[in-house]
Ligand binder design. Structure first.
Ligand code: ADP
Length: 808
């Protein structure tokens, strides 16, 4: 019942708005034909596109196969067995293969199944259009043929009617005139003929009219509607098939069918199976081994077998001979412990800042890279902290070992060490430091450089295992270093006889011509005396304190020999040897350079504490204070500022040429000399290498001056100095303002990473600011080298100051 109703509904709606009722007019007929032409063109376009799509998909599938082939080149090593990452990767590649197969199969079905169906449909549509058009014109032709015939018969009818009227009038006329005979018969006969023809014509006409009007009515009410309805049905049927073709095409070109989703699901599943603790499980199981056996550092009791003195294994000898040393050692250790604790506190603070940052970064989706960098930095910090804690404990133990017996002693005097031996051996009058062949704590690298020929020798001092030792260094088929041994009765010796002083020992060793030790065979021939730059501490007279450095105070001083005024950097006595070596490193580096824009090295004084680096006195002091000074800084004009930038560029170009990376270029580390000439100073962090990778965490790095690659990966090159040079120029033009003021180091780093650069300080020439921006290119290779910077800044300076001016 319901079905019947819906059929009636359908029929009714077709009647109301279907082709048969709506499209009977001539214009509709034309429109219907043109619509079908459009559809045919659309089908053609679709077919061509699908063919292209097939080509595309085949190529894509082939590309994926190549990806898989590439992946197969990786050799699966035994050691990767059990690796979840490797497993996930292989699933990914297997599934890529499946995806490639699926895409290829779909492309083939599209090519054969779908496009063929579309071709058939196109042919049918073309045929149905023709049938419709032919049928339409046949009916139209029929109507017009009826019209033609009707008018033809009507003309015939009229003609016969005319003839009939004449014949009839003639016959009636003869008859009225009473004529008879042959004449009347002839007239009557013609009349009868005319009458027959008229009647026949009449009948033909009436019959044709009926037939024509019947046809016309049929055409309007039955034939045309039927043709249109048929046409509609055919078109609708084609719509259904066309729709099915589109559906198949869509499905075959879709990337999100169930099959695709399954592939993705398998890949996702294998990736989700990766866990940080699972990754190396099988590997660690398979390669399990015993930890290395502990190396024991135990007091060798055997040594004591023939010894009858007071020394006890593992306890310190606290007596009148050692107490001074022990107290110094204790002070030194305590100050190192304090330093280590400061470092530890600083690192813990940094770590907690990192942890906080990690927490906040986790909430932001777009900071994944930064998150990794910070996490890595945190791991390094954690490792550093553990290491520093070990140092702390070691120092604590050493302190305890010394402090306990000292505390036990209280204020009392230390026991005499050698009472029973009677008088002490006579000490030499001349202190060791006065000997020209004694080089104090000269670093080993320098020592090696000084000893050239076999037999060259010198004496120096070093600290080993926390103990000060005097060392004889000799060139003998390489370099040999002999520690001067102290005998139990306070004498000095190598393998031969012992002497009351080191001077006598060395003199003996030189004169006797025997080898220092049998094993080395090294003989002393030529004493190497201190070099010009190895100054005696007593030659340096400190006058005024003029600054404070990382390692100790900086003084204005006078050199006795020449009366020259110099600047002297001192190193705090309490700093550990390692730090002292670092302090001297700056002197070692500076010694090789000679350039008007690099502070000139004069010498080092390492005979006594405090050890010193002596260099030219640069009267204007630090560039930063100079820039900030109301009187001096604000008097600087653009020319003077450009000259300062040019000076530093000249110095840096010189350093770059010598493969020296400064690593701490900043206004605070430059000095201002006569005529405002800037000199680069503070080479404490510099390295002589083309590329320097920092591996020991981030110690005291000047974040706001340091290039991103150095901060993120510890990778230093001269192009990092170029970045710092950009900041330094900014400092010069801002008259000593703090860069990124108001931003914390972390925030500044973050903003740099996301592309922020400081604006130009007021009055900076455009070209100079453009140069700063080039120095701050994120990728180091896009930054200019110093030679180019120098040429450019020099050009700018000449432009402002005029070609005759060389110095402002
Ligand atoms: P550090 O490298 O240990 O940090 P600096 O090189 O920064 O030490 O020196 C500290 C301060 O001493 C400088 O800011 C400057 O005022 C002063 N100074 C250092 N070297 C000289 C010098 N050659 N001439 C004049 N003053 C100097």
């Amino acid at each position: 019942m319901e079905r019947l109703e819906s059929l009636i509904d359908a029929a009714w709606s077709r009647l109301r708005m279907g082709f048969s009722s709506a499209l009977q007019g001539r214009a509709s007929h034309e429109a219907l034909l043109s619509r079908q032409d459009c559809e045919l063109r659309l089908m053609d376009t679709i077919r061509r596109c699908l063919q292209l799509r097939v080509k595309c998909d085949r190529e894509y599938a082939a590309g994926l196969t190549q990806v898989v082939a590439q992946a197969q080149k990786w050799e699966r090593a035994e050691d990767m067995a059990g690796s979840l990452i490797a497993q996930a990767w292989s699933t990914m590649m297997d599934e890529t293969e499946s995806l490639s197969r699926l895409i290829r199969a779909n492309a083939e079905t599209l090519a054969t199944g779908v496009i063929d169906k579309l071709n058939v449909l196109t042919t049918e549509k073309r045929a149905s259009r023709k049938i419709y058009q032919d049928e339409q014109s046949r009916m139209a032709f029929e109507i017009s043929r009826y019209q033609e015939n009707v008018s033809k018969l009507k003309a015939e009818y009229e003609k016969n009617l005319e003839i009939y009227k004449i014949a009839k009038a003639r016959y009636e006329d003869q008859f009225v005139k009473g004529k008879a005979g042959r004449k009347l018969d002839e007239v009557k006969d013609r009349y009868v003929k005319a009458c027959r023809r008229l009647h026949n014509a009449h009948n033909e006409y009436v019959l044709l009219l009926l037939e024509a009007s019947q046809y016309e009515r049929d055409f309007r009410t039955v034939l045309l509607p039927a043709l249109l309805e048929y046409q509609q049905l055919v078109q609708e049927d084609m719509v259904e098939r066309w729709c099915a073709i589109m559906r198949s095409a869509a499905e075959l070109t879709s990337f999100s069918t169930d099959k695709h989703l399954e592939i993705q699901k398998r890949v996702n599943g294998s990736i989700s199976a990766i866990t940080t603790d699972g990754e190396y499980r099988e590997f660690t199981d398979r390669h399990k081994s015993q930890p290395p056996p502990p190396v024991s550092f135990l007091f060798d009791y055997q040594m004591m077998e023939e010894y009858s003195g007071r020394l006890k294994p593992e306890a310190l000898a606290v007596d009148d001979l050692t107490i001074g040393n022990l107290r110094m050692r204790l002070a030194d250790l305590e100050s190192r412990l304090a330093d280590v604790r400061n470092v530890l506190a600083e690192k813990r603070k940094q770590l907690s800042q990192h942890d906080a940052e990690v927490e906040s970064l986790k909430k932001q989706q777009d900071s994944v890279n930064r998150l990794f960098v910070i996490r890595r930095a945190s791991e390094i910090l954690r490792k550093d902290i553990r290491e520093t804690q070990c140092t702390e404990q070691k120092l604590q133990k050493l302190i305890k070992l010394i402090k306990t017996p000292l505390d036990e002693l209280g204020g009392g005097e230390a026991p005499k060490a050698v009472e029973e031996l009677g008088e002490m051996s006579p000490q030499p009058d001349r202190p060791l430091v006065d000997e020209d062949w004694f080089h104090g704590v000269l670093p080993r690298e320098e020592v090696v450089r000084l000893l050239v020929n076999d037999g060259d020798y010198l004496v120096r001092q070093t600290t080993r295992n926390e103990e000060t030792q005097v060392v004889l260094s000799v060139a003998w088929g390489g370099h040999k270093h002999f520690i001067v041994q102290t005998t139990s009765d306070g004498q000095f010796r190598f393998e031969g006889p012992s002497f009351p002083s080191i001077q006598e020992l060395i003199a003996y060793q030189h004169e006797c011509g025997l080898a220092v030790t049998n094993k080395s065979g090294a003989v002393l021939r030529q004493a190497i005396l201190r070099e010009r730059w190895e100054l005696n501490n007593d030659d340096v007279e400190l006058i005024d304190k003029i600054g404070r450095g990382n390692f100790g105070d900086v003084y204005k001083a006078r050199l006795h020999l020449t009366s020259e005024l110099v600047a002297v950097k001192t190193c705090k006595v309490t700093l550990p040897d390692e730090q002292k070596r670092k302090f001297l490193q700056e002197g070692r580096i500076l010694k090789q350079y000679d350039h008007p824009n690099i502070v000139r090295f004069i010498g080092i004084a390492v005979q006594k504490q405090p050890i010193m680096i002596v260099m030219e006195l640069v009267p204007g002091g630090s560039l930063l204070s100079y820039l900030r000074s109301k009187q001096l800084g604000s008097a600087l004009d653009v020319g003077a500022q450009l000259a300062m930038c040019r000076d530093t560029a000249a110095g840096m170009a010189y350093l770059e040429g010598k493969n020296c990376i400064h690593r701490d270029l900043a206004a605070r580390n430059c000095l201002v000399g006569m005529h405002n000439m800037v000199k680069i100073s503070d080479f404490g962090m510099s390295r002589e290498e083309e590329e320097y990778i920092v591996s020991d965490g981030m110690k005291q790095i000047p974040i706001k001056w340091t290039a991103p690659e150095a901060l993120n990966y510890g990778k230093y090159t001269s192009l990092c100095d170029v970045w710092s040079y950009g900041i330094l120029s900014w400092e010069i033009f801002s008259r000593g303002q703090s860069p990124y003021s108001g931003l914390s180091n972390t925030k500044a780093r973050e903003m740099i990473d996301s592309g922020y650069r400081m604006p130009a300080p007021d009055g900076t020439p455009d070209a100079m600011y453009k140069l700063m921006l080039r120095c701050w290119e994120y990728q180091p290779e896009n930054r200019p080298h110093f030679a180019e910077i120098f040429t450019q800044v020099n050009g700018l300076f000449m432009g402002v100051a005029g070609p005759d001016v060389l110095h402002n």
